[in-house]
Design a protein around this ligand. Structure first.
Ligand code: ACO
Length: 442
């Protein structure tokens, strides 16, 4: 099959959000710390009425309905998540309830976990399946979703929640380019979840940022080396890329990684006039380049207009929602499709960088082959994001408290108010004494 890629996309995010400006006041930090320092505008959150299974049920159901997809046309369903509610049973098996109603129980694929990377791994599995001898001619669905939660403290303003569900198959409008992907993996304790009694990660924030940027450099250079070969270019660089989607824990880090790309381009092409502002940093060691604030400033200045054009449209939704772990990078792609009209996107190359702590990272690119108009209309992101309920930081803190109190509980009925759930959303009706979860759709 040719032109394998994304045929349809749906995104689910909670009905409630909180303003980062109000969070700054509530947390007693200096004004601008979350909005300018982290680059975030709003943060989505949920209480104990929803869990990873309910939010994925909502996203898949909505994808099927909006795009009028037949349940029997799906041959593979992959889930990427790091929100674990069971050490054995997958989220995928729960999603099978939607397909059983239509008599389809023959669907391959299961959950994949490694921090924020699971969604990319799931996507990669789906693309590989369509391109392989195991393919049975049907579509694949990829679900990437998480509740991104942090204990109160410096990391909490980078919380969020969301799911992206995608239909993958041949003859897609957004096609995965072959032979260009770059990957970087290693062992690191930058962010991990060793405590089964808590939903919160153990995180070394500064170290995780450095890990993210190092992995970005590595993937970018591998990607560019492959591009040099396939397109017989001596010194490929950011000019060969039209849009850049990066995993977004918070927007500022995405801005910094886009700036790093030009540092890598400069190292490959030191005498090129367009990098003149970077000449003073020519001899700097790689380790220093990751820490040096003067270099960072020079890079941010050099790439300012490039950022606005190539990254700006991909950052819109993640800034409005916050981190979504596995879903964050795909929310960036959905954001791009929503913010840029289909005509402008035609034949453009979109680079996508997925990072998961621990650590695993990959970079691929897409080429837009045909109209994305229908995807944009059905995503309807701007309107849906604007229609959300704006809650107070106190409500956000209370919702986190409810989740802490009911984590791992059984024989319980969630106390979260159904008013906070939008129509068409699945929610937890009860968890029985054997920890079996029952869902309803509002
Ligand atoms: N106005 C403008 N900017 C400000 C202000 C202000 N009033 N106050 C602070 N800042 C800036 C700082 O200068 C800093 O900028 P810099 O990054 O360019 O140096 C930035 O805001 C962050 O402030 P810090 O005090 O350096 O960091 P903080 O203690 O707030 O922690 C961190 C930030 C590490 C990102 C934390 O939120 C965290 O741990 N998040 C979770 C981990 C994470 O997201 N890692 C990313 C990759 S891994 C993953 O995806 C989970």
């Amino acid at each position: 099959p040719e032109n394998v890629g994304v045929l349809a996309m749906e995104m689910y995010f909670p009905k409630r959000c909180v303003s980062q400006t109000e969070m700054e006041t509530f947390d007693g930090v200096s004004a601008g710390k979350y909005t300018i320092g982290l680059g975030q505008e709003k943060m989505a959150f949920i209480d104990d009425r929803e869990d990873i299974q309910s939010i994925c049920l909502t996203a898949v159901k909505s994808l099927m309905e909006k795009h009028n997809i037949s349940y029997t046309d799906i041959g593979r369903l992959e889930v990427g998540t790091e929100t674990i509610i069971d050490k054995s049973k997958s989220v995928k098996t729960c999603l099978m309830t939607l397909f059983l109603e239509h008599g389809n129980t023959e669907i391959e694929g299961i959950d994949t976990t490694n921090a924020c990377y699971g969604g990319f791994a799931a996507f990669s599995n789906a693309v590989n399946w369509v391109e392989s001898s195991s393919w049975d001619g049907r579509f694949a669905i990829v679900v990437a979703g998480d509740l991104a939660l942090y204990a109160s403290g410096a990391a909490r303003p980078t919380s969020g929640a969301g799911v992206v569900a995608m239909l993958v198959g041949k003859d897609a409008p957004i096609v995965v380019e072959r032979g260009l992907r770059g990957t970087h993996m290693e062992h690191a304790y930058d962010f991990y979840k060793p405590d089964m009694h808590s939903e919160y990660p153990v995180v070394d924030g500064k170290f995780s940022n450095t890990c993210y940027l190092r992995a970005f450099d590595s993937c970018y250079n591998r990607y560019m080396a492959r591009l040099a070969k396939t397109e017989e270019k001596e010194k490929p660089n950011m000019d060969d890329i039209d849009y850049v989607v990066c995993h977004s824990p918070y927007a500022k880090l995405v801005n910094k990684s886009f700036a790093r790309a030009s540092y890598n381009d400069f190292i490959r092409d030191k005498d090129n006039e367009k990098y003149a502002a970077l000449k003073p940093f020519e001899e700097m060691s790689y380790a220093d380049s990751l820490e040096n604030k003067d270099l960072e400033r020079a890079l941010m200045g050099l790439t300012k207009s490039g950022y606005a054009q190539k990254v700006g449209p991909t950052a819109y939704a993640p800034k409005q929602i916050g981190n979504m772990y596995t879903a964050a990078v795909w929310a960036g792609l959905a954001s791009l499709i929503s913010e840029v009209d289909s005509e402008t996107l035609q034949n453009k190359r979109i680079m996508l960088y997925s990072y998961g702590s621990g650590l695993a990272a990959s970079m691929i690119s897409f080429r837009v082959r045909s109209s994305t108009e229908e995807l944009k209309t059905k995503l309807n992101l701007r309107q849906r994001l604007e229609e959300r309920t704006h809650s107070k930081p106190e409500d956000f803190a209370a919702a986190m408290k409810i989740r802490e109190n009911t984590h791992n509980a059984c024989d319980m009925i969630p106390t979260g108010d159904l008013e906070n759930i939008a129509t068409g959303t699945y929610y937890i009706e009860k968890i029985d004494d054997k920890w079996r979860r029952f869902y309803k759709r509002k």
